[in-house]
Design a protein around this ligand. Sequence first.
Ligand code: DX5
Ligand code: ZN
Length: 215
Amino acid sequence: MRKISPSVLNVDKEKLVPYINKLIEWNVTNVHYDVMDNIFVPNVALQYKEIEMIKKECLKHTMDIHLMVKDVFGYYKMYKDIGDILTFHFEAMSQEDLQHLIAKARHDNVKLGLAISPETNVEVIRPYLKYLSLVLIMSVKPGFGGQKFIDASYDKVFALKRMIQEEKKEIIIQIDGGVKLDNIKYCFDAGVDLAVVGSFLVENFSEEIIKKLLK
Ligand code: DX5
Ligand code: ZN
C-alpha cells in the first residue's frame, strides 16, 4: 500500500472543513489528526470538539488520530469512538500500561497504533507487534509541523518491515514528519505504507501535487 494521510495540524482552523473535503474529493482516503497535551510535547493541537465537528461536517474518511499525550487512558476513553485508528506513543507509558492499553483496545475492538520518537530503537516494538494495526515511525521530534526529516528513519522503516514480515501480519507502517516530494519516494521504497504529509501539502495544495506524491 502506498498512501498518504495528510496532517491538518498547520491548516487554519476556519479552513479545516473545506481543506479535508477537497482531499476526499481528490481520492485521499485517510486524514491524520494530531492531538497534543502540552505535557508529553510542549504544544497543543486539535481539540476533541474540533475533531467531533470534522467528523460531523466532512465527507466520510478514515480518521487516524496521533495522540502525543501522557494521560494515555484518559485520551483513549475520549477518542476510542471517534477515531478509526488511535496511535499512542511508546515513550508516554510504562510497559505495564502498554499491556493494559492493548488489552483494552482488543476488548473494545479499537484499532491501535504505536508511535516511536526518533531517539527510540525500533526493536522495542517487537513484543507488541502482533497486537497492533499500525506502527508510526516519527521522522522528526514530535510536537511541531514543518521540521526537517531525519534520514536515520529509513533504516528504522526497513527494520520494521522485516519484523512485520516475520510476524506474517498486516500492519500499516506510517511515517510522520518532514515528508515532502523529494523524500516520499524513499519512504515508500523503504517500506512505508502510509506517509503523513503536513506542511508541504498545506503550502502546495493541489490535486497535481497529491498525484506526484503518490507517483
Ligand atoms: C508532528 C506531527 C505531525 C506534523 C507533520 O509532531 O505529528 O503530524 O503535523 O507535519 P510536517 O509534515 O510539516 O512535518
Ligand atoms: Zn502526527
